[in-house]
Design a protein around this ligand. Structure first.
Ligand code: SF4
Length: 386
């Protein structure tokens, strides 16, 4: 089995990443939403230049895959016309902000905060922030994004807005959106100035604090944020409709269909679902998930082959086939190699592809020792069904 390679950066629109099936280009929609015209434009670009599939990422972004080198220049031009392009690759990489997708449409405090962060992070003084360093804006009456990775969190509690460094259970009150932005940027400055970024350019807030870094008193506090909301599921909720994409893959015609649903914007979520505010009934695109009980929601699969050069199997075809055999209590993770990109935590069953059959890990991660080695497909069906 080939040893997995760990990459310390994420692709962007201006800096795509080479994968087994061509270039991968990531689009970070400003404020985590697309207008219907932007969504239609992206669907057209995925079909014209890529493999016709759009990937929804766990940071509420979208990826086009299967692009050739030659297609990059016209794509950049088209993304600029759609207002989906940053000034340069560095600014794009730092604009790592996830917002509560269920916030109201229109003028909203969370939009103001995110817009202020975007403006501030474009300054060259933030160039040293690690590419995975992120901001979470989640100021509703319940925290929707409590489980979503982020280093600096702007949330709300009973007394008002709270700025919280990830890794601290509490944070400091801030009087308004503008102060939240100013202090969040101060917290990012403190992170780099206090040695949060390692010599390899990586670093996370919780780890930095866990290693003993002490927050300045004006960036720390004793206010707890609101309780976390239950994990969202597909279906009608929060005044709109949430639709899931199996393994986060959305065919271009499905995105085009969602753009025509009547929703004023399409909100990207970090749960591989798209939220359509104001829509409670629409014709659901073929293959999208609308019911919480759909077994495919309990299956995770990484890109696999041919998209990932490190993959030993076509993970998603296999995952789709096995979903029907999965017991109702179980979660399955199908991984193309031991890196386990699709699920960093344990699953009831983790299946790993190899040259001599499949390895099965029970209640563990892709890098744990397997309970069974070199299984055939028939044996896997038997174990899952049994
Ligand atoms: S886990 Fe899957 S996507 Fe990640 S490196 Fe391995 S094969 Fe590739």
């Amino acid at each position: 089995m080939t040893a997995p390679v760990i990459r310390g950066w994420c692709p962007g629109a201006r800096r795509p990443m080479m994968a087994g099936d061509g270039l991968v280009l990531r689009v970070r929609p400003p404020l985590g939403e697309l207008t219907p015209a932007q969504a239609t434009g992206l669907a057209d670009l995925a079909q014209l230049h890529g493999n016709g599939l759009i990937e929804l990422t766990s940071r509420a972004n979208l990826q086009l895959r299967g692009l050739s080198d030659d297609s990059h220049a016209p794509l950049i031009e088209a993304l600029a016309e759609l207002d989906l392009l940053d000034a340069d690759a560095e600014v794009e990489a730092r604009r790592n902000i996830v917002l509560d997708p269920f916030r109201p449409v229109g003028p909203d405090v969370q939009n103001r905060i995110a817009a202020g962060l975007m403006q501030g992070l474009a300054l060259p003084e933030f160039a040293a922030l690690p590419s995975k360093f992120g901001f979470v804006v989640d100021t509703g009456p319940q925290r929707q994004l409590a489980e979503i990775s982020g280093d600096i969190r702007i949330e709300a509690g009973p007394a008002g807005l709270i700025l919280r460094a990830d890794g601290c259970p509490t944070g400091r009150l801030v009087p308004d959106a503008e102060t939240a932005v100013r202090l969040a940027l101060d917290l990012a400055r403190w992170f780099t100035a206090s040695g949060g970024v390692g010599s390899d350019g990586r670093g996370r807030m919780a780890r930095h604090l866990g290693l003993g870094a002490i927050l300045p008193t004006d960036l720390d506090g004793t206010h707890s944020p609101h309780a976390a909301a239950a994990a969202p599921v597909p279906g009608v909720q929060a005044g709109g409709l949430c639709l899931g994409a199996a393994f986060g893959l959305l065919p271009a015609p499905a995105l085009r269909q969602l753009a025509a649903s009547g929703a004023p914007v399409l909100r990207m979520t970090p749960w591989r679902m798209i939220f359509l505010p104001g829509v409670t009934a629409t014709s659901v695109p073929e293959g999208m998930i609308q019911y919480p009980a759909d077994p495919i929601l309990r299956v995770q699969a990484c890109t696999g082959s041919p998209g990932c050069p490190q993959a030993n199997i076509a993970t998603r075809d296999l995952a789709r086939e096995l979903a029907a055999s999965l017991p109702p209590w179980a979660r399955l993770h199908v991984s193309g190699c031991a890196k386990g990109c699709a699920q960093p935590g344990p699953a009831d069953f983790t299946l790993l592809g190899g040259s001599g059959g499949f390895d099965l890990i029970r209640n563990g991660t892709a890098w744990d020792p397997p309970a069974h080695r070199a299984l055939s497909l028939a044996q896997i069906h038997e174990i899952l069904g049994g």
